[in-house]
Design a binder for this molecule. Sequence first.
Ligand code: G3H
Ligand code: 13P
Ligand code: ZN
Length: 307
Amino acid sequence: MPLASLKDMYAKAVKENYAIPQFNINNMEFIQAALEVAEEMKAPIILAASTSAIKYAGMNYLMAMVKAGCGDCSVPVAMHLDHGATPADAKMCIDAGFTSVMIDASHEDLDGNIRITKEVSDLAASKSICVEAELGRLGGIEDEVVVDEKDAFLTDPDEAKRFVKESGCDALAVAVGTSHGAYKFKKTPELAMDRITEIKQLTGIALVLHGASGVPQDLLELARKHGAELPGAMGVPDEAYKDAVSRGINKINIDTDLRLAYMSAIRQFFAENPTVFDPRKYLAPAKESVKNQMRSKIRLFGCEGKG
Ligand code: G3H
Ligand code: 13P
Ligand code: ZN
């Protein structure tokens, strides 16, 4: 089927209280992995590309692969721009056929963020493209940071209420203590879950959790065994996903875990098969490992069978 409207996908997710996974893609194997797993588990999914992923793969290649893959799918699949920096980024993706765009003006002050997001909402409205915005700063709650300072980076619920009303966004990424990459927490993972509940009550819209990878220890161990150096990597615990979803998170972004899965499988393959150099031989297990991560996230986010 053609790419689906993320607005429709959110309507069902909000009503039935589950989260749709955003899987970041860079190449053919990631796209195939996501679509095969979505079909197998009858789950709705969001494929996402950052501007650097678009630059790496090339917009034409990327969209041709996504559209070719989706043609065979019976479940809803949306194509989303991750962390668009400008309205021009959003326009480029809307023109290329994306069904959802993120405009990340979270580094601006509240008025600036509203103004830039509104520009993208106006651009997207006539084409029923979904618009995600971000309020607050991702960065992790560090033990060393004093309370007032760390709270200043988290999404303020009252600001969120005004932001959603005035910006016209369809989904809001909230900062509750997660951060991008493999080093999210120094000691015990700590997330400001109460804020999710409060922001959901005040806005009622689909909320998004960025920087949500779990950084699975088994993948780290496998990668380290075969030469990777990733000291102190730590991610979001599995239990936190259920809690976050029950409080109103409807989209959870996963990139790092897929990269770790791909990389650790390739390392293992080369360690065990030092004479092999056919990319199909080492990319097949890497893709399988990415698929296992995706299956696990779909189960944890409660969206299996919702497609
Ligand atoms: O949020 C960031 C995503 O993980 C995308 O990362 O810009 O390296 O593609 P990237
Ligand atoms: P991770 O780095 O935790 O996978 O987060 C990805 C993300 O938020 C993409 O927008
Ligand atoms: Zn993100």
